[in-house]
Design a protein around this ligand. Structure first.
Ligand SMILES: Nc1nc2c(c(=O)[nH]1)N[C@H]1C(S)=C(S)[C@@H](COP(=O)(O)O)O[C@H]1N2
Ligand SMILES: [Mo]
Length: 230
């Protein structure tokens, strides 16, 4: 017995029932919010992190068109052209002399693998935008790569704070098979928008759907909306 004032037993029952119900509803809401009953993933830290239809991997698959350009360091160029005030043609040492940025992000490939916690180092898109200064009518960005691959994003997607032109992954130079010496990383989009072996960044008033975009892939690529196919 507690020291509290005695309660009317007629009121205790309904109050208790009400409390139990609230707790259950709250727990179930929390599980739904975390996606616990859907994903069934054991590690609580990963709840709500895997976009629909994706499977987590710990390796890093290589996807390309079948050719992996071997760009000699002295021959590498990054051109920024099209609708910009200051077109640029950077050599590799000039690129490395730019302010450096880091980011950590998850990769989501449209072929349904996701790889968590990738540590990238490189030059942020914002640094390049500050240098090149897109003109007001520039609305689209098209990446051109040494293997002939192209892909396109809207200017505001390229200008997001987590977008990098990466030269390093996990503290080491980006290997050739993953797009070294320099690739684009657009973490919020499916990975086909992250152009490997990038050599030209074109600013355009018109959209120019890229290699996969003209082959049935979505023009945007938001993994949370499953924007896989057009
Ligand atoms: N230049 C170039 N960039 C590319 C590709 C490509 O074939 N060529 N493939 C795209 C696709 S479909 C994916 S999933 C990722 C794969 O990058 P990874 O091989 O480093 O995993 O690169 C993207 N960028
Ligand atoms: Mo892909």
């Amino acid at each position: 017995m507690s020291d509290d004032a005695p309660e009317d037993p007629a009121l205790i029952g309904p109050t208790l029932v009400g409390k139990i119900k609230d707790k259950l509803i709250h727990s179930k809401e929390k599980w739904a919010d975390e996606g616990r009953l859907i994903t069934g993933m054991p590690d609580e830290a990963h709840l709500g992190r895997l976009p629909p239809g994706q499977k987590q991997v710990t390796n890093w698959p290589v996807l390309d068109l079948g050719v992996q350009p071997d760009v000699k360091k002295e021959n590498w160029r990054l051109q920024i052209l099209g609708l910009v005030e200051n077109p640029l043609a950077l050599k590799l040492d000039q690129f490395f002399a730019l302010p450096q940025s880091e980011s950590v992000s998850d990769i989501h490939c449209v072929t349904a693998w996701s790889r968590y916690d990738n540590h990238w180092q490189g030059v942020s898109s914002r640094t390049l935008l500050d240098l090149a200064k897109p003109k007001p009518d520039a609305k689209h960005v098209i990446f051109h790569c040494y293997d002939g691959y192209t892909t396109n994003v809207k200017l505001e997607v390229f200008a997001d704070s987590d977008v990098l032109l990466a030269h390093s992954w996990e503290g080491k130079p980006l290997p050739r098979e993953h797009g070294g010496p320099v690739r684009v990383v657009i973490p919020k989009w499916y990975f086909w928008k992250s152009a490997k072996w990038v050599t030209r960044i074109e600013f355009s008033a018109n959209d120019k759907p890229g290699f996969w975009e003209v082959r049935g892939y979505h023009n945007e690529a938001d993994p949370w909306k499953e924007e896989r196919y057009s």
